[in-house]
Each structure stands twice: as structure tokens, then as C-alpha cells.
Design a protein. Structure first.
Length: 126
């Protein structure tokens, strides 16, 4: 029983770490705004010698924008800022993916943002 409980605890800890809660965090501002809007994304990356790339994506049903930033392992800055300008109305998922020196995803983090379209326009098809 103790072995099973300990194994479960270790797997849970590994899952939390792999989800990006430790290695990558995102802060997006504003969380809600009128279109078109500029989105300011701050990515907090824990320095690690295997960090090679940070990809940040803003995606809705009708819009996609991404940015890739090369990282120099544990010498890379801990805070990286990305700005997406003129983002149109829509319901967005802003995601960040930290890539290691083998090209594998090391961590993923995501935030939800709502950009309100101009009056009279809808992002949902009738």
C-alpha cells in the first residue's frame, strides 16, 4: 500500500512539473478588451541548460499569430515579453511552449483571453 501511494505521489509530481507549472508561467494583459487590442504576454521561464526555444501562440477560431524566441539555456532571460498588436475580436487561448535541446516540449502553459468585437460585428457565424 505504501509503495502504491508513493508511486502515485511521484507520478502526480511529475505530471505537475510536465504541465509547465514550474518551468513556464504566462501572464496575459488585458484578459478582456475591445478589438482591435494589443496583447502583452509575459512568459516566466525558469533557467535551465536544456531550454532552447519559447513559442507563444494566440489562437481563436478565426485568427492565429505566433512568436518564437530562441533561448540560450540557463543564460536566457527569466522573463520574456511578447506583444501581439491589433488582435481582432474573438475568444482566445494564449499558449506558451518551452522546447528543450532535443526538440521536445519541456513545459506548456495557457491563458484564456476575450477580445470583444466592435459593435454590430460578431465572431460567431449565424
Amino acid at each position: 500500500m505504501k509503495t502504491t501511494l508513493m508511486l502515485s505521489a511521484l507520478l502526480t509530481m511529475a505530471t505537475v512539473s510536465a504541465s509547465g507549472n514550474d518551468a513556464l508561467r504566462l501572464a496575459v494583459s488585458p484578459k478582456q478588451a475591445f478589438a482591435p487590442s494589443n496583447l502583452n504576454i509575459r512568459a516566466r521561464v525558469v533557467p535551465d541548460s536544456s531550454n532552447r526555444m519559447l513559442e507563444v501562440v494566440a489562437e481563436s477560431g478565426e485568427f492565429y499569430r505566433s512568436s518564437k524566441t530562441q533561448l540560450d539555456g540557463d543564460q536566457a532571460p527569466a522573463m520574456i515579453t511578447v506583444v501581439f498588436r491589433g488582435v481582432p475580436g474573438g475568444d482566445y487561448v494564449i499558449s506558451g511552449t518551452l522546447i528543450d535541446d532535443q526538440g521536445r516540449r519541456r513545459a506548456v502553459a495557457a491563458e484564456h483571453v476575450m477580445i470583444i468585437p466592435p459593435e454590430g460585428l460578431s465572431t460567431v457565424a449565424p
